[in-house]
Design a binder for this molecule. Structure first.
Ligand code: PLP
Length: 285
């Protein structure tokens, strides 16, 4: 596999980063994951804008302009012959030379820019979407700036492990009695014609897929309610689902062992998945 590191396309075994890189020592990095369908990028502009926002929030220098980033994404897709899959991009504050809590001077800071692809044939026609996933609820103990897409992913990773141990697929995190989001996705419940999901704030990641799916839901005459919901309310819902760049719209069929409806993916979740895939393919770049 060919990867990208600071201006060069290299075999993955030849791409090397300093042990003093602040992402390695302090998780001082931000990232984006963009999906590829039919060899084209899905929602690239949304991901690039959110990346810019994450960098700004952390006073991190931007190592490449929008057009350059698009070109690098496209070139990696081409070099690795990706038809369906993902592109991972990470920017870190680089390796100032020694370990220090203080940020290096932005004027001399050399950020590290890394991209790699993941080949996932069958990503769109994922069989998991036909049977749905099971989630458990866990406490949300992450930091207070979940709107910034940083590489601090230890707790989400622990959450997935807790789910796995419990025989489930993923975990929904709960804070002050209300669901924030999934470990790597935004969470929704459906009641009648209403799609309910937590409103945007610093408490959750502002999902790029979320923005598109809510727009498509409104266009398809579904009602959208952006508000808090509890696990108890979710267990009584007609349907549930999650969204992310890598899973698109994924139906949830069980919460903490309680089956939703008849325990199969809901009609609205499946409809939104279909619309999202159709529309995203049309708009792909
Ligand atoms: N919430 C969290 C915590 C995530 O990690 C992700 C994606 O990685 C999402 C939501 C979904 O965001 P997006 O639709 O932009 O992939």
């Amino acid at each position: 596999r060919t990867v990208y590191l600071n201006g060069e396309y290299l075999p993955e075994t030849e791409a090397k980063v300093s042990i003093f890189d602040r992402a390695f020592l302090m998780a001082d990095g931000v990232y984006e994951v963009t999906s590829v369908l039919g060899g084209k990028l899905i929602d690239f502009e949304g991901h690039a804008k959110r990346l810019e926002r994450s960098l700004n929030e952390l006073d991190m220098p931007k190592p490449a302009a929008f057009d350059d980033l698009l070109e690098i994404h496209r070139e990696l897709v081409r070099l690795n012959g990706i038809d369906e899959g993902m592109i991972y991009l990470q920017i870190t504050r680089g390796a100032p030379g020694d370990r220090d809590f203080v940020f290096p001077d932005p004027a001399t800071c050399e950020p590290t820019l890394v991209l790699f692809t993941q080949n996932k044939p069958g990503l769109a026609d994922n069989p998991v979407a036909k049977k749905g996933i099971k989630v458990i609820s866990i406490e949300d103990v992450r930091w207070g700036r979940r709107d910034i897409k940083t590489t601090q992913l230890l707790y989400p990773s622990m959450g997935k492990m807790m789910a796995k141990k419990a025989g489930a697929d993923d975990a929904w995190m709960v804070e002050d009695g209300f669901v924030t989001e999934g470990t790597s996705n935004n969470a929704y419940i459906v009641k009648g014609n209403k799609i309910i999901t937590r409103a945007l704030s610093n408490d959750i990641l502002h999902g790029i897929t979320r923005a598109a799916v809510l727009r498509f839901a409104r266009e398809a005459q579904m009602e959208v309610e952006e508000r808090n919901f509890s696990i108890d309310e979710a267990k009584e819902a007609d349907e549930a689902f999650v969204t992310s760049a890598s899973t698109f719209v994924m139906p949830v069929v069980e919460i903490d062992g309680v089956a939703l409806g008849d325990g199969t993916p809901g009609a609205r979740a499946l409809r939104l998945r279909e619309i999202y895939l159709d529309e995203s393919r049309k708009a792909a770049v």
